[in-house]
Design a protein around this ligand. Structure first.
Ligand code: NAD
Ligand code: MG
Length: 393
């Protein structure tokens, strides 16, 4: 029986994880669940999964949550609040696996704490890896933590690696990664119309149902940009050896091209419970609840090269990883601010890449040699981005 802590339990990945957990209650026991503000969903999850601990980051909501459980069947759950508590629950002795599913930089310290504590880290929170890069991978190596990718593409690549593969290691025989992308909702929209796309259009992903931030990232293809950086770190690859491929059917979730000409692909219905169940059962397999893939329904699979003119965010991500140092941290921070401002209808969709590019031009790619340095670069890039946005309006 393994103890699991789910960071970001109330989000899209958190909910899918609990769905898989419920199918395997003989193998997994929920020790801790965390949320930022959504105490109604968290309460329902507590009734079903009876965790020992809960973190509600928002202090006021945490007080409301305590009132809510007072006279319930789960009144003995220990409720904590504040961001620091995320690190407490991700390193508890009876926690074996940590699902890192907080969105954005807010997930960095708790993901890193789990890595440092030698936990099995099920990593969905790509932003934390993009920000902290080598520091994160070093923490994994030093503690002996197991790092299993949840992002569907990275989980697919991991599955296409040789048996016994350990994240971060080099596979000499793997010459290229083919990182697939759906292309998002604006794959074919005329470029001149992108200026006027609405929030509702941007978050309506054609293939995946996800949180709002990653849905916008998919529409700009910054999601693929962050994933490119994530793949460089997880699989010790150069960005020049990673080809982004638009595959609109989202049946192949990525491929590895080997020196002998073999290309291995992982396929499945586009449902995050597939990679979640894979990582939770690893190195075995168990059921995810996902319908079997009906290959006859697929009929056709298309592959195309993405246009960097249509998707400038993807170009910026290539530039950031090639520059190295703190540049991926700056890219990520500027993107988080720009996406948030777009979601709040304060900037246009096409302004997102403009803000990021301007922000990056204000930084040099200094070596990211400590966590303090990274957090400082993150903060400075956020301040810069707000300033750029203010000057735009
Ligand atoms: P979401 O918005 O649905 O959920 C986010 C979760 O994070 C919620 O539980 C929320 O309470 C929590 N959270 C938000 N802000 C917080 C803060 N400041 N402090 C603490 N907790 C906070 O997001 P999601 O779609 O589930 O994505 C989560 C992560 O997984 C992201 O990094 C995303 O890139 C990655 N991911 C998601 C998918 C997907 O299909 N949804 C696929 C691949 C990777
Ligand atoms: Mg992905």
């Amino acid at each position: 029986m393994k103890g699991i802590c789910i960071l970001g339990a109330t989000g899209s990945i958190g909910v899918s994880t609990l769905d898989v957990v419920a199918r395997h209650s003989d193998k997994y026991k929920v020790i801790a669940l965390t949320a930022n503000t959504n105490i109604d969903v968290l309460y329902e999850q507590c009734i079903v999964h009876t965790p020992e601990y809960v973190v509600v980051v928002n202090e006021e909501k945490a007080e409301l949550f305590k009132q809510k459980i007072k006279n319930s069947t789960v009144s003995d759950i220990k409720v904590m609040s504040g961001a620091k508590s995320l690190e407490v629950v991700s390193t508890l002795d009876n926690v074996d696996s940590v699902m890192a599913a907080i969105v954005g930089a807010a997930g960095l310290l708790s993901s890193l704490a789990a890595a440092k504590a030698g936990k099995t880290v099920l990593l969905a929170n790509k932003e934390s890896l993009v920000m902290s890069g080598d520091i994160f991978m070093q923490a994994v190596r030093e503690s002996g933590a197991k790092l299993l990718p949840i992002d569907s593409e990275h989980n697919a690549i991991f599955q296409c690696m040789p048996a016994g593969y350990v994240a971060g290691n080099d596979v000499k025989e793997a010459r290229r990664i083919l990182l697939t992308a759906s292309g998002g909702p604006f794959r074919e929209t005329p470029v001149e119309e992108l200026h006027d796309v609405t929030v509702a259009q941007a978050v309506a992903h054609p293939k995946w149902s996800m949180g709002r931030k990653i849905s916008v990232d998919s529409a700009t293809m910054m999601n693929k940009g962050l994933e490119l950086i994530e793949a460089c770190l997880l699989f010790n690859m150069s960005p020049d050896d990673i080809q982004v491929v638009i595959h609109k059917q989202s049946i192949i979730h990525s491929m590895v091209d080997y020196v002998d000409g073999t290309v291995l692909a992982q396929m499945g219905n586009p449902d995050m419970r597939v990679p979640i169940a894979h990582a939770m059962a690893w190195p075995d397999r168990f059921e995810s609840g996902v319908e079997p893939l009906n290959i006859f329904d697929v009929k056709q699979m298309d592959f195309a090269e993405p246009s960097l003119e249509r998707f400038p965010c993807l170009r910026l991500a290539y530039e950031a990883i090639k520059a190295g140092g703190i540049m991926p941290t700056v890219l990520n921070a500027a993107n988080e601010i720009a996406v948030d401002e777009f979601l709040n209808e304060r900037i246009k969709f096409t302004d997102i890449s403009v803000v990021i590019e301007q922000c990056m031009s204000n930084f040099s790619a200094d070596k990211a040699d400590s966590l303090e340095h990274i957090l400082d670069a993150d903060k400075q890039a956020r301040d810069q981005s707000y300033k750029i946005i203010k000057e735009m309006s």
